[in-house]
Structure formats: C-alpha cells, structure tokens
Design a protein around this ligand. Structure first.
Ligand code: FES
Length: 102
C-alpha cells in the first residue's frame, strides 16, 4: 500500500460531475455528489465500462453502457445488469486537494 496519493483538486470535480484519475496503478473515478467526493474503481462490474463515462445521480452513478447503478459509498450494485460491487477507495481532502488511499 502506498498511502494517500494526490489525484486532483476539488475544483476539478464540480458537483454532479466525475473525473477519471490514476493512482498506484489503479484506474479510479472521482465523483462529486452533492458536494461530497467519492472514489470508486473506474470499471463497471458488468462488462468493464469506464464508470467515468456514466451519469451521476444523488448517491449513485449509472454506467453509460447498460445502465447499472452503483452506490457511491459502498460500491454495491443497485440495479441490473450488474450484480457484483465495484471496489471503493478511501479519500481525504487536504487544502482543497483530493487524495486517495491506494
Ligand atoms: S458495462 Fe456497465 S452496465 Fe454493462
């Protein structure tokens, strides 16, 4: 484990948007839902679409390819066709910079 790695500034991820980043060899999507930042693996558990292409809703993100939704806090699949969760990452904000634990 590397520890916390800076991946973006808060201003790079405005509310309702997401951003693809990389840290420690992981592809990660940062999501801003209602001002709270979440970090999930940037790969849908259905067929691997980048979730960073998806649509942010309150507390969830929907995959662009087939519409599966995932809980931003837990990564759990909330709707078909996905049944497996996607990994989530801990984040912290330091001086308006987003850091991910990898
Ligand atoms: S690849 Fe995401 S729902 Fe199919």
């Amino acid at each position: 484990m590397l520890g916390y790695v800076r991946v973006a500034s808060l201003k790079d991820v405005p509310p309702g948007k997401c951003l693809a980043v990389e840290a420690g060899g992981n592809k990660i999507v940062l999501v801003n839902s209602g001002g709270t930042i979440y970090a999930l693996e940037d790969s849908c558990s259905h067929l691997g679409a980048p979730l960073s292409l998806g649509f942010v809703a309150k507390g969830s993100i929907a995959c662009e390819w087939h519409g599966a939704c995932f809980d931003l806090k837990t990564g759990e699949a909330q709707s078909a066709p996905a049944t497996e969760p996607v990994p989530v990452f801990e984040i912290r904000i330091v001086n308006d910079e987003i850091e991910v634990l990898v």
